[in-house]
Design a protein around this ligand. Structure first.
Ligand code: GAL
Length: 924
């Protein structure tokens, strides 16, 4: 056992001259219960107010010891290795014990609503730790602190930690996400708010949030990915000054990817009558779904925070939503619940159901439409309407067939999915709806119909988008349980928080029609602990089932085999890489790493009643537009120098044949899934490159495994997925580029991805032959082409008919810049974004695929440049820079409107020796 001693950090107090000792010796403060009854005014008082604007922010630099307001002690980290392969066996937790007062006893009660057994609820201890700490006090002068708006990611601006043995390594993205920081804001609470219930709703804060209001510690939430609520009511001073102070403490060595840091999702103030619909208090399921009718089942949890027993009733009216998500048309069904008594300071549940005739079903495009409804619940206290609460939902049937896959409304939908981490590239983790929507649009263009949220609950708005756009979602809670992958990861809080975090994810997300599977884990260490691990899996599975019996459960497995106990604990078998086999290349013979023969058949045999899918496939890697020679003749290869990799320049070849050691190329994955038609489909690792985890080159800043790079530019891999996932779309794509002055006469293989079945390749007008795809082949390859400058042209055929054409030409030198926008009209809400691509082109307008020119961007009009990027995992220029080198000919600029300022934004791009370019974005 290791005992940790947490010392007072005197140095800090000297520095900012606050005398401060002894705050841990508790102030006798016991929050009085609100002495309120229903206002009974007859008006609905629910308000949900965004409080994202105008926060004050302060972060200790990483060297200065911060304050002593610890949530809990953490293990001493002596193992800084962050480039461990992702499939390293997780290890046991360290046993640590606090020898000082820590604040978690005051934080744990915040999760009580999510602990089923009331005897296990936490009671707030006496005292009010931290109350004399200056930052929590109303009269503390925070004028010198930075002014920020939420969602906010404190780390994304950088700078990057470059080089070996840095404070933050490649795994967490080399950005300063770690450390302690404070956010402060004065809340507007009116005199007339007296008697209301007032809540703080935080959609996500990274991490270990602890909240003080008016100097009182009121709670918090450690897991950075969970959405949580605190009841401010007992602490509020109506009509007075209300000072909110939130402390975050984001540990280093806590994540296998970039976690970001800060209050990085939306924050709300919710005001209600003391009698109100509870947090995520409605639960809608649909049953007996057909084209002609569907049953809507509704449960409502009503909180009575008043001191009186009350009798309440509800009426819920259901309306259609239009494609913009707005309520439209007349009431299509109504659910009334009879009068129900709820005792003082208690919760009550009411239930009801209704039939909708000819329902408009929710389903994934292109064959179905994601139609949605909204249930508008009015809560009555006697005759008086006291609350109104809206629940969006969809009507759809789901069936999981172990021999074919997932049926949505009776149609078999093969899962063509990708994994997505929570960062939005150069914008970091600060959630932005447009940035997330753009990602989904690009994925949709590729034919992707499903997202696995790896490996943590997403921003709620992401699920609003997947609902609206019709993606299927695997919603996932955890990357680790009790056993750890990194020294400070979630395993530290798992024992005390797993139930609250899991239940809260499901309660929040169970009305989202896009969510089809709950995942309670990813590659957890408990796969290795036989019955004990399986028992824990079963416990988590049962929690999912209690919260939502309508959806199947899973936990992704990269190690567990069919004859082990672990897979018995879930409904759906989710395999990471095991389906096509792991480390099958002969070079791995004798390795002590995971080496597995293909597992689809053994799993199907052992579990003939369970659906099998691939929750992670491929982990193929590439740097957009970088092609390395020689090219492997195999259909898949691990990455090594001279074999798809370049450890000097830290790039992986975009021939798209190379994968991390435990992964496989796209071609191999497709083949293995197609040969096992019972497999429900795949979630590729991964959709967009993300910050951190730059396997195989941890000296870099961001991943190589995305199909689309960090800037949102398509790698060649995009087209092999599009070819396979959208067979009806006429398309063909050639790789590599054709600018190889140093390779004249050398073998330079040409590969072609097409939704056709045959193609003929021409070099400078001469046919290099017509080739046809064989069974389980997904590319056409001309591996003996000798490079000659000029033009490569491919004509693809399908069923013998001409189908599509692509041309790649040797370009001239860089001559000009060209700018193009994803949208040339954006809203003046201060949030909307335009993504502008800068291309380096030659005098004929062709993108120069090798160009690396440095481009400077200038903006005029009512907008700002938020970030630039180019998708190069090795580029350490901070994201907010207005200057960016092109990478393989491209760079990206992200601009944002200013709130309430319509007009025209002009973006100008300049680079020495190149003709400049301009583009206009209208703000309305
Ligand atoms: C998997 C893991 C993912 C990611 C991926 C990278 O083993 O589940 O989170 O690390 O490898 O290739």
């Amino acid at each position: 056992m290791r005992i940790l001693y947490c010392r007072f950090q005197i140095k800090f107090y000297d520095r900012i001259t606050f005398a401060f000792l002894g705050y841990l010796f508790l102030f006798a403060y016991l929050p009085a219960l609100a002495q309120t009854v229903s206002t009974g005014t007859g008006t609905i008082i629910r308000q949900r107010i965004s409080i994202n604007e105008n926060w004050r922010f302060f972060k200790y630099d990483s060297i200065t010891p911060a304050d002593n307001l610890f949530y809990d002690v953490r293990p001493e980290v002596d193992d800084f290795q962050d480039d461990r392969p992702a499939d390293t066996k997780p290890t046991e937790a360290e046993n640590i014990e606090a020898t000082q007062i820590v604040l978690k006893p005051w934080i744990l009660p915040a999760g009580n609503d999510f602990i089923k057994d009331p005897t296990k609820h936490y009671e707030r201890p006496d005292g009010n730790p931290g109350s004399d700490f200056p930052f929590v006090q109303s009269d503390f002068d925070d004028n010198t602190w930075e002014n920020v708006n939420l969602p906010h990611d404190w780390a994304i601006k950088g700078p990057f930690y470059e080089g070996p043995n840095t404070e933050v390594g490649g795994g967490m993205g080399r950005l300063p996400s770690h450390g302690v920081a404070w956010y402060r804001k004065k809340l507007e609470i009116l005199e007339s708010d007296e008697g209301k219930s007032i809540f703080l709703d935080v959609d996500g804060a990274m991490s270990y949030a602890m909240v003080w209001l008016n100097g009182k510690l009121i709670g918090g939430w450690p897991y950075g990915y969970t959405s949580w609520r605190l009841d401010l009511t007992p602490y509020i001073i109506p009509g007075g000054e209300n000072q909110l102070a939130i402390r975050l403490d984001n540990p280093n060595n806590s994540s296998r990817w970039y976690p970001g840091g800060g209050i990085y999702r939306n924050v709300w103030l919710v005001k209600t009558d003391p009698i109100h619909v509870g947090q995520w208090g409605t639960y809608i399921t649909t049953s007996d779904v057909s084209k002609t009718s569907a049953k809507i089942n509704l449960e409502i949890i009503i909180d009575n925070d008043s001191q009186n027993d009350v009798v309440v009733s509800t009426i819920t009216k259901i309306f259609e939503l239009d494609s913009e998500g707005k309520q439209s048309g007349d009431v299509v069904a109504e659910i009334k619940t009879s009068e129900t008594k709820i005792t003082a300071v208690n919760k009550g549940k009411v239930e009801g159901s209704a039939i909708i005739e000819n329902p408009k079903l929710w389903g994934p495009p292109p064959t179905q439409t994601p139609k949605q409804y909204v249930a508008v619940t009015t809560l009555f206290y006697g005759e008086k309407q006291i609350d109104q609460y809206e629940t969006k939902f969809g009507i759809r049937s789901l069936r999981f067939d172990p021999n074919s896959g997932v049926y949505v409304n009776g149609e078999l939908i093969k899962i063509k999915g990708v994994n997505q981490h929570h960062d939005l590239g150069a914008l970091g983790v600060a959630f932005n709806t447009r940035a997330a929507e753009r990602q989904l649009e690009i994925l949709r263009e590729m034919g992707c119909n499903a997202i696995r949220i790896s490996h943590n609950p997403p921003a709620p708005e992401l699920l609003e988008l997947t609902d609206k756009m019709g993606f299927l979602v695997m919603d996932e809670a955890f990357d680790v349980w009790q056993r750890r992958k990194t020294p400070n990861d979630f395993h530290l809080i798992f024992p005390e928080w797993y139930e609250q975090d899991l239940r809260s994810m499901i309660r929040r997300d169970r009305n989202n029609p896009s969510v089809i599977i709950w995942s309670f884990g990813n590659e957890v260490g408990e796969q290795y602990t036989d019955e004990a691990g399986a028992a824990l899996a079963k416990l988590l599975n049962d929690i999912c089932k209690e919260e939502d019996p309508t959806r199947p459960t899973t936990s992704a497995m990269n190690w567990a085999k069919p004859d082990m106990p672990f897979p018995t604990a879930m409904n759906v078998i989710s395999l990471n890489y095991q389906g096509e086999g792991i480390r099958q290349d002969p070079m791995f013979e004798g390795t002590d790493r995971i080496r597995t023969v293909p597992q689809y058949d053994p799993y199907h045999k052992k579990f003939p009643d369970k659906v099998i899918l691939t929750s992670e496939s491929a982990s193929a890697a590439s740097s957009r537009g970088i092609y390395l020679f020689p090219v492997t003749p195999d259909i898949t290869s691990p990455i090594r120098d001279g074999r798809g990799g370049d450890s000097k320049f830290k790039h992986v070849s975009a021939y798209e044949l190379y994968a991390v050691d435990f992964g496989s190329s796209v071609d191999k994955v497709f083949g293995s899934i197609d040969q096992h038609p019972f497999v429900a489909g795949e979630f590729v690792w991964n959709g967009f490159d993300y910050i951190g985890e730059p396997t195989p080159y941890y000296e870099a800043r961001s991943s190589y495994t995305g199909i689309i790079d960090l800037a949102g530019f398509k790698k060649d891999r995009f087209y092999i997925y599009q070819a396979h996932w959208r067979p009806e779309l006429p398309m063909v794509h050639i790789l590599p580029h054709w600018n190889w002055p140093e390779r004249v006469g050398e073998i330079t293989p040409v590969h072609v991805f097409s939704s056709g079945d045959e193609a003929e390749l021409f070099l400078n007008g001469n046919s290099l032959g017509r080739k046809k795809k064989g069974q389980y082949e997904y590319r056409l390859r001309w591996d003996d082409v000798k490079y000659k400058p000029g033009e490569l042209k491919v004509i693809a055929y399908k069923n013998g008919e001409e189908w599509a054409e692509d041309v790649v030409k040797t370009t001239d030198n860089p001559a000009k810049l060209e700018l193009s926008v994803d949208r040339n009209r954006i809203n003046d809400d201060g949030k909307d974004l335009s993504f502008i691509t800068a291309k380096v082109i030659d005098k004929n307008g062709l993108t120069v695929p090798t160009a690396t020119n440095n481009i400077k961007f200038k903006i005029e009009g009512p907008g700002e440049i938020v970030a630039t990027d180019n998708g190069d995992p090795t580029d350490f220029v901070p994201f907010p820079s207005h200057e960016r080198k092109a990478f393989s000919g491209l760079a990206l600029v992200i601009i944002r409107s200013k709130e309430g300022e319509p007009g025209s934004i002009i973006l100008i791009a300049k680079s020495p020796e190149l003709e400049e370019a301009q583009v206009v974005v209208k703000v309305k």
